[in-house]
Ligand binder design. Structure first.
Ligand SMILES: N[C@@H](CCC(=O)N[C@@H](CS)C(=O)NCC(=O)O)C(=O)O
Length: 220
């Protein structure tokens, strides 16, 4: 039997759970290799051989290793075109370009403010780090503008890149998961203020591939 692919890092990392969700969509068995970040294991010389920027996830498939969660997801989809969800990274050049376009929007427009909020609202309290109110306010304003664009698009199509659930939608799951659980009013950005975003979030967060990843998160 082939060795399962290995994903290094804790499941509760947003970038790690992006990759795990993709592997679940594609029905690819994986082994989650623990990396204790509080003990700085991601900065060890051995880890730097597979992730030169000392971050998670790192990914190994036989003799190859990769980093950057979105690149790993694209690789998994291209390598396993026939497995699991075949639409995940499109089946023709236009579908792929459309998915890439929204994956870029996620990485460049959505992720900067939303990952700041994930850190400030979800991780800072757990790490007993003082929250930066200015960063929270500024990121929320930026995120609202991005979500207004999403809401218009999702009023035209069921998912971001068209009528199929794709990597473009999947890539948003980890950050939104943390933001809808925040103690303040951030959840309402996704769950009530924008009708199409609300419908989309309800739909994508109900996917089995994602629920299996949430099951791996440590229980509070
Ligand atoms: N763009 C990278 C981001 C990776 C990233 O920021 N990982 C975080 C955890 S979610 C990390 O390793 N943080 C530790 C650090 O940067 O020191 C990806 O998508 O893989």
């Amino acid at each position: 039997m082939a060795t399962p692919v290995q994903v290094y890092g804790p499941a509760l990392s947003t970038a790690v759970s992006r990759v795990l969700t993709c592997l679940n969509e594609k029905d690819i068995p994986f082994q989650l290799v623990p990396v204790n970040m509080s003990k700085e294991e991601h900065r060890s010389p051995d880890f730097l051989k597979i992730h030169p920027f000392a971050q998670v996830p790192a990914f190994q498939d036989d003799h190859i290793s990769l980093f950057e969660s979105r690149a790993i997801c694209r690789y998994v989809c291209e390598k396993h075109i026939e497995k699991g969800n075949r639409e995940l990274y499109g089946t023709n050049p236009l579908a792929k370009a459309s998915i890439d376009q929204w994956l870029e929007a996620e990485g460049q427009n959505f992720n900067p403010p939303s990952s700041t909020l994930v850190f400030q609202l979800a991780f800072a309290p757990r790490m007993k780090v003082k929250q930066d109110e200015g960063a929270i306010k500024q990121s929320k304003e930026k995120l609202k503008k991005v979500l207004d664009v999403y809401d218009r698009k999702l009023g035209e199509t069921r998912y971001l890149a068209g009528e199929e659930f794709t990597l473009a939608d999947l890539s948003h799951l980890p950050n939104i998961h943390y933001l809808v659980s925040a103690d303040d009013d951030t959840a309402s950005l996704f769950t009530s203020e924008r009708e199409n975003v609300r419908r989309w979030w309800t739909e994508i967060s109900a996917r089995e591939s994602w629920k299996k990843v949430v099951d791996l998160y440590p229980k509070p």
